[in-house]
Every structure is written in structure tokens, then in C-alpha cells.
Design a protein around this ligand. Structure first.
Ligand code: CO
Length: 220
């Protein structure tokens, strides 16, 4: 455990600091968590969910995996989503991608990294589906960024298509799904215009957000 010494030291300092500012901090969190937001983001260490949106422990329910994917057979992600929507009754589900994503880059370039190639296969499909539009962009950096955007939009649609969201909307539960992307360069979030609050909005919002992302080059 010697190698974790620094982590334990940091932890003790953090807990003591929290108590100094707010003596009730931990005792308050012992009761039921009340969160309004579920965050589905990338595992990348440079995109710490709570920190970039200024939320303290107890304020954000989080699921992270490589390339922020929502796969319909992923019991882990679906369980988080179901618990967040049906038990915690969050009002917002956020899918947040980020530029400079190693997972998206590996899928884009067709790199062989091992088992993870299988996980990233949906991104490969996405890339193949948008090949014409992506190839029209002048630099690889832009192609990468657009694929990050398209991936977020796709994952928002995947969240919306789950029985979890469909059932929530059927019983008129107020819950919206949003697509954001984080810029490593400046630490800012961008809204991809893919916010869905009703089952019948999915197709139109999806088509519009995809069109906007693919057409961005022409607009700029
Ligand atoms: Co990433």
C-alpha cells in the first residue's frame, strides 16, 4: 500500500478541508442523495465530471466509459440510467463527449489497441456512415472533432431510444436528454443542440443536430 501513500494523505486533507468549511458536510450526505443530473461521460482523466461543472459530492450521478458510449446491451450503463431515471428521478441526462478523445481517435484511425477495439466498434460504424462528410473536411483535427460531435448526438439518441426513457416519457415524467462536448483547450462545454424532452422529438432533433454538425464547416 506504500505506493498509495500520497492518495491517502490527499484524502485525509480533503476530508478535513471539507469539514472545516462545512461541519455538516458528510453527515448531510448520509441521507438519501438528491440529484437532478445524470452525467454520461468519457473515462478520460482530463474530463472530471463534477469538477468541470462545479458540482460537489452528492450533486451529480455519474457513469463514465471510454468514448462515452451508450450501448443497448451494456447492462452497466443501462442500470445506471434506470436507477437515475426511475429511482433518483433525475431531470436531466447529459451525454458529454470531448475533443482530443483517444477512443474516438483510435476508432477514426482504425488503430489496433486490443480488446477495446470491440468496444469502440460503434464509433467505427459511425465514421463509416459519415465518411463522405468527414472526408470533405480539410484537416484530420476537424474530422476528429466532428466525429466526437456526431458520436455524442448518436449516444443521446441511444439514451432516448431505451425503454427507460420511452417509459418515463410515456408516464409524463419530466426528464430531458442533452448532448454536450468538452473542449480540452479552454475547459469550456459546448451545447450540440441535441436536447430531447419528449419521445416524439427524437427523430427531428437528431436529424437537425446531425445536419448542423455536418454543415458547420460550410457555415464558418
Ligand atoms: Co475520451
Amino acid at each position: 500500500m506504500r505506493s498509495l501513500t500520497a492518495l491517502f494523505e490527499n484524502n485525509r486533507a480533503w476530508a478535513a478541508g471539507r469539514l472545516r468549511h462545512d461541519p455538516e458536510f458528510f453527515s448531510r450526505l448520509l441521507s438519501q442523495q438528491r440529484v437532478a443530473h445524470l452525467w454520461i461521460g468519457c473515462s478520460d482523466s482530463r474530463v472530471p465530471a463534477n469538477e468541470i461543472v462545479g458540482m460537489a459530492p452528492g450533486e451529480l450521478f455519474v457513469h463514465r466509459n471510454v468514448a462515452n458510449l451508450v450501448v443497448q446491451t451494456d447492462l452497466n450503463c443501462l442500470s445506471v440510467l434506470q436507477y437515475a431515471v426511475e429511482v433518483l428521478r433525475v431531470e436531466h441526462v447529459i451525454v458529454c463527449g470531448h475533443y482530443g478523445c483517444g477512443g474516438i481517435q483510435a476508432a477514426y484511425r482504425g488503430e489496433r489497441l486490443g480488446l477495446i477495439d470491440n468496444w469502440l466498434r460503434p464509433v467505427r460504424f459511425l465514421r463509416e456512415g459519415a465518411a463522405e462528410q468527414l472526408e470533405a473536411l480539410p484537416t484530420e483535427a476537424e474530422r476528429h472533432d466532428r466525429l466526437c460531435d456526431l458520436n455524442v448526438i448518436e449516444q443521446v439518441a441511444n439514451v432516448c431510444r431505451t425503454t427507460i426513457l420511452q417509459d418515463a416519457w410515456l408516464r409524463s415524467q419530466p426528464v430531458a436528454v442533452h448532448g454536450l462536448v468538452y473542449e480540452l483547450d479552454d475547459g469550456l462545454l459546448r451545447d450540440l443542440g441535441m436536447s430531447v424532452a419528449k419521445a416524439n422529438e427524437v427523430a427531428e432533433r437528431y436529424a437537425r443536430a446531425r445536419g448542423r454538425v455536418i454543415g458547420r464547416q460550410a457555415e464558418e
